[in-house]
Ligand binder design. Structure first.
Ligand code: NAG
Ligand code: NAG
Length: 420
């Protein structure tokens, strides 16, 4: 009898212990979900009145001042005024700006309501748009999103060398499941370090979330984020059409956390970058060039794809006209001093579903033209040169390489045995 009693007591204790342990474990691994989500930068135009208690919750290190936003004539010359929805939105935003009002504010919670009604009224063939495209339009005014994983100290190092200045910040578009790609980048071109001449390189990976019914990677991600200190994640769904939002969130974040960075690289996690070649190119720039640099593989005359099966499909009733010149989104460089103007002017330019085209539009509005550079190969090199290390030694960026290829190329171009 006594034995049974002792046994049940032990079992009870063990069960309690296990429950307690698993709760603790869950609490630590999921803690980032329970914390009040840090709303990073919130910009409000003068029309918006808020409770003073609400105001305190928002950090506003870089409010967008309407007076400081002006749009170059070149944008009007490139993008025609016509009946397409986006074109109408742009011209209405430009009229607002003339009256001293910003068209768009950073909104998240009230940005979807009643949109469908409005869209059905304004876009006559809205229901014939692909489902994801309809979804993009409904969320077009959702311009900011809560940060789930932050790296608030990314650009302030406590290292003794006293060199806090970030020369180059790699901002790499990734997705939660691409762990292997991130690891390859971390071990090679995106490794955080100080290069010759004291040039400090830092890296962040930009992530959204997977749908709720997908496998939950958040425990792994929060571990990865803590361990490597380079993961940023926002609370919006990963999707090609959400990349413009991702870019905007990155701008907000950088202006807050790394405001004095010299150059920013924006690109994909499946590219190969020859970091030393990139750094020596950046260092060779004249001051006047360096202050408004927007360089990459430049696409100077492009029109929207009208084929519904194309990844880049744009309905005619949505946008009508050519694209301003833009640097291919596989990887391009922008001067740090351009980040604030770009972010400001994005409050006038409606979100566009293709992120690199959107950057081109915002740059055009600022009067900045992308510079073409032959060493940015977002469309790859000739087939017969793909295994040629000497070709890669002079190239700055090359698109679509697997994690294994990235590591091999990196090792190869650094090999002392390589003679070109
Ligand atoms: C670098 O940043 C650290 C921490 O933010 C600070 O203590 C230090 O004074 C900074 N060094 C320089 C040279 O600015
Ligand atoms: C973009 O993210 C939002 C927020 O998670 C989501 O509701 C929307 O469906 C996403 N858009 C697309 C086009 O996938």
């Amino acid at each position: 009898m006594r034995c049974i009693q002792t046994f049940s007591a032990v079992v009870l204790l063990l069960t309690l212990f296990m429950i307690l342990f698993s709760t603790l474990y869950l609490e630590t691994t999921y803690s980032h979900k329970d914390e009040p989500k840090p709303l990073s930068v919130q910009v409000h135009d003068s029309d918006v009145t808020m409770q003073s208690s609400e105001k305190k919750r928002f950090v506003q290190p870089h409010p967008v001042d309407v007076l400081n936003v002006s749009v170059f004539e070149g944008l009007r010359q490139t993008i025609p005024q016509n009946g397409a929805y986006w074109n109408r939105l742009l011209y209405s935003a430009l009229r607002n700006l003339e009256q001293g009002k910003l068209a768009f504010r950073d909104d998240w919670s009230h940005c979807r309501g009643m949109n469908r009604e409005l869209l059905l009224t304004n876009v006559n063939d809205f229901t014939s748009y692909p489902v994801l495209f309809q979804d993009f339009l409904q969320g077009m005014n959702c311009r900011t999103s809560p940060l789930l994983i932050n790296q608030p100290n990314k650009c302030s190092s406590s290292e003794e060398d006293g060199n806090n200045q970030t020369f180059l910040l790699f901002a790499i578009k990734s997705t939660p499941g691409n762990f292997e790609q991130r690891q390859a980048v971390r071990e090679t071109w995106g490794k955080e370090r100080v290069y010759q001449g004291g040039l400090r390189v830092r890296t962040v990976f930009l992530l959204g979330t997977y749908p709720l019914d997908a496998i939950d990677l958040s425990p792994m991600l929060s571990f990865e984020a803590k361990y490597f200190g380079d993961v940023l994640q926002w609370d919006f769904q990963e999707s090609f059409l959400n990349l413009t939002l991702k870019g905007n969130m990155f701008l907000q974040w950088t202006l807050k956390v790394c405001p004095s960075v010299s150059f920013v690289f924006n690109g994909d996690d499946d590219v190969f970058v020859n970091t030393p070649a990139l750094l020596s190119y950046l260092q060779s720039l004249q001051a006047s060039q360096a202050s408004h640099l927007y360089v990459g593989h430049t696409i100077s005359t492009a029109y929207p794809h009208r084929d519904t099966d194309n990844k880049y499909y744009i309905p005619l009733s949505f946008f009508d006209g050519p694209y301003p010149a833009y640097a291919g989104g596989g990887g391009f460089i922008i001067s740090g001093v351009l980040l604030q103007p770009l972010y400001s002017v994005s409050h006038v330019i409606p979100f566009f579903p293709i992120d690199d085209v959107y950057t081109g539009m915002c740059a055009k509005a600022l009067g900045v033209s992308p510079e073409a550079h032959a060493s940015f190969r977002t469309f790859d090199v000739r087939e017969q040169d793909r295994g040629n290390l000497c070709v890669h030694k002079d190239i700055i960026l090359i698109h679509q390489r697997s994690p294994v290829q990235i590591k091999k190329l990196w090792k190869g171009i650094h090999s002392p045995l390589l003679t070109c």
